[in-house]
Design a protein around this ligand. Sequence first.
Ligand SMILES: *[C@@H]1O[C@H](CO)[C@@H](O)[C@H](O)[C@H]1NC(C)=O
Ligand SMILES: *[C@@H]1O[C@H](CO)[C@@H](O)[C@H](O)[C@H]1NC(C)=O
Ligand SMILES: *[C@@H]1O[C@H](CO)[C@@H](O)[C@H](O)[C@H]1NC(C)=O
Ligand SMILES: *[C@@H]1O[C@H](CO)[C@@H](O)[C@H](O)[C@H]1NC(C)=O
Length: 494
Amino acid sequence: MLPLSGNSSPEHHPRKLKSYELFGRKNSFNSLLQQFHHQQSRLWLLLTILCLQILLIFIIRFLSFPLPLPPVISSAANRLYRFPSAAVSPASTDVDHCKNGRIFVYDLPTAFNQDIVKNCDSLNPWSSSCSAMVNGGFGQRADSLAGVIPENLVASWYWTDQFVTEIIFHNRIMKHKCRVKEPESATAFYVPFYAGLAVGKFLWTASSAEDRDHHCRMILKWLSDQEYYKKSNGWDHFITMGRITWDFRRSSDEDWGSRCIYLPGMRNITRLLIERNPWDYFDVGVPYPTGFHPSSQDDMSAWQDFVRTHSRTHLFCFAGAKRAAFRNDFRGILLDQCRNSTAEKCRVVDCAGSRCSNGTSAILESFLNSDFCLQPRGDSFTRRSIFDCMVAGAIPVFFWRRTAYYQYEWFLPGKPESYSVFIDRNAVKNGTASIEAVLEKFSREEVREMRERVIESIPMFVYGTGAVKDAFDVAVDGVLRRFKEQEEWGYKWK
Ligand SMILES: *[C@@H]1O[C@H](CO)[C@@H](O)[C@H](O)[C@H]1NC(C)=O
Ligand SMILES: *[C@@H]1O[C@H](CO)[C@@H](O)[C@H](O)[C@H]1NC(C)=O
Ligand SMILES: *[C@@H]1O[C@H](CO)[C@@H](O)[C@H](O)[C@H]1NC(C)=O
Ligand SMILES: *[C@@H]1O[C@H](CO)[C@@H](O)[C@H](O)[C@H]1NC(C)=O
């Protein structure tokens, strides 16, 4: 059984095993000690205790190293699957740069990628997406940011669409240092199918279930004839799906989206998505693209310095739109609190329409000028705004754990409280929590430290051009490590 849905609590977390294990060992030492109580010699007892303490100290130190934990998979049905947090080491000096494996990229028929981009005029029902596809998926250059950000950094900024990870990953993986041209030497197989771009135009229009599933069925049919896919049942295959997972999980014909993830051949393929289903092992959450695409370490460092030293005039800000259709909409409450805040501590960016979807200078300016940014859930749990906020060095404030903590574990710091604030949404709803009061309580030093954690993680969640280790590298390293561990531990679904 796949852990597709569940009611289990997030507390069932493989990482927790570490402390249970430690606890267990301590207990067995206690019982050992008890045996010694029966012996007469006090001196011996004293000496023994001393020795055991030294031993215990060694064991504890040993255990505090990041031990590889076997994934608790066979019993993981209905369990929230969380990844071990990012332990990706910076560019290592290892002789073999590809010790975690080598990647083969399928050369697909153009109908699965190039032709979709060629039809950029009709990828969504409202407007052309062609400008979003240029510059390798980064979109148009954001020249108008001159004046908002330093002159020498403008060239690293683009008006990037949020649904372009399929293109970004495809371009980068073709240049990956561990890419091989012969499938027999590969340990991982990348399927450069643009699943999200293919389904986009069907999502809001009256379209049949067949239309919405068409491309996905075709690619699975194509894959089912491939030797290496047949060999592994898809276990060493991965794909980028540039939308949220819920766009590919239609359970009945009338519902939203495509059925792509539920189609049989997709089951064992690892999927990189901007929002994952935390109960599905094969869903991996990867950051939404922001507009910042550094092409050198200098760009990266200069940007980090800029946001670190930028003077921030507001305590917090909120970029969002009220949903008039929902009564008591949570975002409406936040907008009200923001507008009512004393001495204009909060800044509102009204995102009515789609003004915020490709990032505007007004949004970037708000994040640059605020210490904190409010990140309620939107139509789904995640929003691109999380990363727009953090790339500007603002500290995100979350109201749902699934908005980031259960999504992007490879890319964000391990301890949520080190870089973000969590506020109980029910306390906000019933009027007992004032956002302003909660945020005011942090000292300047605490704010500085949290911001520093945010700034340190920028390289991990932005998409550059390949010159700096970035979100793409973290994602691919993570997938290769997973595939390698799968082999070593020999586990697969029964
Ligand atoms: C997924 O993998 C399991 C073995 O690990 C296999 O039994 C099953 O048939 C695979 N599913 C598909 C759709 O290939
Ligand atoms: C904000 O102010 C308006 C008008 O002064 C008031 O009706 C509303 O209850 C206030 N909202 C909050 C969340 O304090
Ligand atoms: C951003 O999106 C809006 C609305 O979709 C569009 O009008 C605008 O031209 C876009 N801006 C850029 C720079 O692509
Ligand atoms: C408001 O919600 C919080 C959090 O759920 C709860 O602890 C508190 O008792 C509630 N207060 C009132 C007055 O309902």
